[in-house]
Design a protein around this ligand. Structure first.
Ligand code: GDP
Ligand code: MG
Length: 436
């Protein structure tokens, strides 16, 4: 029995099932992190509500503490939301036609160059870049400079103001000149307007690209949702390109856009150089959005506060000599809620090896619980009442020997004394000792 109590104490140190209280605290931090990362408010709210349902009642059977486990649940859920099916670029056409869309300054021209270089080097493609931004001469020049830099031909028609014609001619040119991938860079405007939408829609209809990509600046923040929706309504695009992730933006736009248009994020841009392109990894993005280190430390602080509150309640009881078998029973039930005993003991650092040969069954507390249940409420709150005849009654009622009742009482009184002794140091000290 003494062994069992020792084990119970060891386990208590683990402090760990996910309760309503620590879930609420943690989700508050997560929601704050999402908003800080510029995730759309409603999406952040829906997301945390969903995670809450998933988290409550989860047993902590790993080496993580409940706060860390919560963060893991959040991270996995985020990654799943942003991920979905693995999605490369559709290169099945001959030539394959890729159309860029997005606002001015989002990074279409830069990304067109990056993608051309990526397909040339990694997929052995022969790309052709097409300049369909007919409004600004500088835009055509910009693409030419990019093409020169990466050794990819750029198709232009400097005197033609009709982007649909240019795109169609470019495709003909590609077929005639052995280019198997056509990347069409288009004009954008500073905000969504009808003219831009009509133009991109007309190009899209005329050339029927295998792949239409929506390019968005990751620093756009809350507005990204509306822009993405507007473009998707017209183009039903195939994927999202998130640029400028080399800045200090946390990239909440990724989550917002994915939630609203449900299209895969395919690539990210991480700099102005042509090599600064990366395949999109949902997990990395989730960590970035959560600002992983920050959230973990915030969650841990919230957890500490929760511990202290519990400890303060307990401390009050001990001070008033009110700690009784009912409190003890509550703690045992708490421990049992945490899950399988063997797993739990295994998660105490160092204990795993030590206890390898000791058989701990899940019913380790059955005897103790039975004895406490056989006590009257008066006996539970005031164990001093338990005399010889009461001991006999408790033993009989719980199917134990009097000797075992004696042991339980002895252990309990030692524990109470110890707790009273520790009290001088305050709640924090006590929780520290319990935690080891
Ligand atoms: P467009 O108007 O959509 O064609 O956008 P541009 O490709 O001209 O890009 C606008 C500006 O953003 C340029 O100064 C680019 O150098 C810069 N830019 C584009 N992508 C990135 C990126 O991933 N990181 C950084 N830091 N700058 C970028
Ligand atoms: Mg451009």
């Amino acid at each position: 029995l003494s062994d069992k109590l020792d084990k119970a104490f060891h386990v208590l140190k683990g402090h760990g099932s996910i309760t309503e209280i620590n879930v609420a605290e943690t989700l508050k931090e997560v929601r704050r992190a999402l908003l800080d990362a510029d995730v759309n408010y409603k999406i952040a709210k829906d997301f945390t509500a969903k995670v809450k349902d998933e988290a409550i009642g989860q047993d902590v059977l790993t080496t993580l503490n409940p706060g860390q486990l919560m963060v893991k649940i959040v991270k996995d859920e985020l990654a799943q939301l942003m991920g979905g099916e693995a999605s490369g670029i559709n290169l099945s056409g001959n030539p394959s036609i890729i159309l860029m869309s997005g606002l001015q300054g989002s990074g279409k021209t830069t990304f067109s160059g990056k993608l051309a270089l990526f397909l040339k080097n990694k997929k052995s493609k022969q790309p052709l870049l097409v300049a369909c931004d007919v409004y600004r001469p500088a835009a055509i020049n910009q693409l030419k400079v990019v093409g020169e830099q990466i050794g990819v031909e750029v198709y232009t028609e400097e005197d033609n103001k009709n982007p649909v014609e240019i795109a169609q001619n470019a495709i003909k040119y590609a077929k005639a000149n052995g280019k198997n991938t056509v990347i069409i860079d288009t004009a954008g405007r500073l905000a969504v307007d009808e003219e831009m939408m009509n133009e991109i829609s007309n190009i899209h209809k005329a050339i029927q690209p295998q792949e239409t990509l929506f390019v968005v600046d990751s620093m756009t923040g809350q507005d990204a949702v509306n822009t993405a929706k507007a473009f998707n309504d017209i183009l039903n695009f195939d994927g999202v390109i998130l640029t400028k992730l080399d800045g200090d933006t946390r990239g909440g736009a990724a989550l917002s856009i994915k939630s609203v248009v449900n299209k895969p994020i395919k690539f990210i841009g991480t700099g102005e150089k042509m090599e600064a392109i990366d395949i999109f990894y949902p997990e990395r993005m989730a960590e970035r959005i959560l600002g992983m280190g920050d959230v973990i430390s915030l969650v841990e602080r919230a957890q500490e506060q929760y511990d202290e509150e519990e400890a303060r309640k307990l401390q009050k009881k001990i001070a008033k000599d009110e700690f009784g078998f009912d409190d003890f029973l509550k703690q045992i039930q708490q421990i049992k809620k945490m899950g399988n005993m063997k797993d739990l003991v295994g998660m105490i650092p160092g204990a795993g090896k030590m206890m390898k040969d000791v058989d701990i069954d899940d019913d380790a507390f059955k005897g103790i619980e039975a004895m406490i249940h056989s006590m009257t409420p008066q006996e539970r709150s005031n164990p001093a009442l338990i005399n010889g005849s009461r001991k006999k009654r408790i033993a009989k009622g719980s199917g134990n020997q009097v000797q075992e009742v004696n042991q339980l009482l002895k252990q309990f009184s030692q524990m109470s004394k110890m707790m009273k002794m520790m009290q001088g140091g305050g709640a924090k000290k006590m929780m520290q000792m319990m935690k080891g």
